[in-house]
Design a protein around this ligand. Structure first.
Ligand SMILES: CC(C)(COP(=O)(O)OP(=O)(O)OC[C@H]1O[C@@H](n2cnc3c(N)ncnc32)[C@H](O)[C@@H]1OP(=O)(O)O)[C@@H](O)C(=O)NCCC(=O)NCCS
Length: 174
């Protein structure tokens, strides 16, 4: 069974229908505009171009013609590293992040890969909650990993086992 997000709790509004495809050089300025809107320390357009050039998986999600979410994933051997995942501000809190993460996990399981790793700021409660709902576990801490408004911020280092056959469905904590 695969990761699914088809049956959210009844009190939620229906999440939008997303079309997923790789994003390309032609999308970079739109990606970078969302990035600048949602992060205090955003990647530059050049960082996204470098990701494309490096062959990282650059995934976008669209509602009609509007880019609403994107992710950058580096893969090596049987592992993946989720380097970036964001949802445009107007589309947050509607299940898009969970749908995007479900799609990413499906893509990576199909390769097949066995583990996904990522870093997240301890202060990023939305990100931490999203990853927690998918079963990511803290594997370590990277001291002074991120720039911060005052000095540096540590990173939580998280991992999720995605061995094919495992059912990875987000859970809703109360
Ligand atoms: C972290 C991030 C990707 C989450 O994206 P999102 O689309 O808002 O996430 P979701 O909507 O799937 O879930 C977030 C919350 O919305 C709620 N929600 C989900 N679907 C919903 C729906 N259809 N209707 C109403 N609420 C919903 C969930 O309850 C969840 O809240 P919770 O904390 O109670 O679990 C987004 O906040 C973001 O882009 N942040 C900036 C970039 C960032 O920090 N990225 C992560 C870096 S590690």
């Amino acid at each position: 069974m695969s990761a699914v997000f088809s049956a959210p709790p009844e009190q939620w509004n229906a999440p939008p229908a997303l079309a997923f495809r790789a994003f390309s050089e032609a999308d970079v300025l739109k990606v970078a505009a969302i990035e600048a809107d949602v992060y205090v320390f955003p990647w530059s357009a050049g960082n996204f171009r470098d990701s494309l050039f490096s062959g990282y998986r650059c995934i976008g999600a669209w509602v009609d013609k509007e880019l609403v979410s994107y992710a950058v994933v580096m893969t090596a051997l049987d592992e993946a590293h989720l380097l970036n995942l964001a949802v445009a501000k107007d589309w947050q809190q509607r299940g898009v992040g969970a749908l995007m993460l479900t799609h990413i996990i499906e893509e990576l399981k199909a390769i097949p890969l066995e583990m996904i790793y990522l870093e997240v700021r301890p202060s990023n409660l939305a990100g931490r909650r999203l990853y927690e709902r998918f079963g990511f576990k803290q594997l370590g801490m990277r001291p002074d990993y991120y720039p911060a408004l005052a000095g540096r911020e540590d990173a939580l280092f998280l991992g999720l086992n995605i061995v094919p056959g495992l059912n990875i469905a987000p859970t809703k904590n109360t």
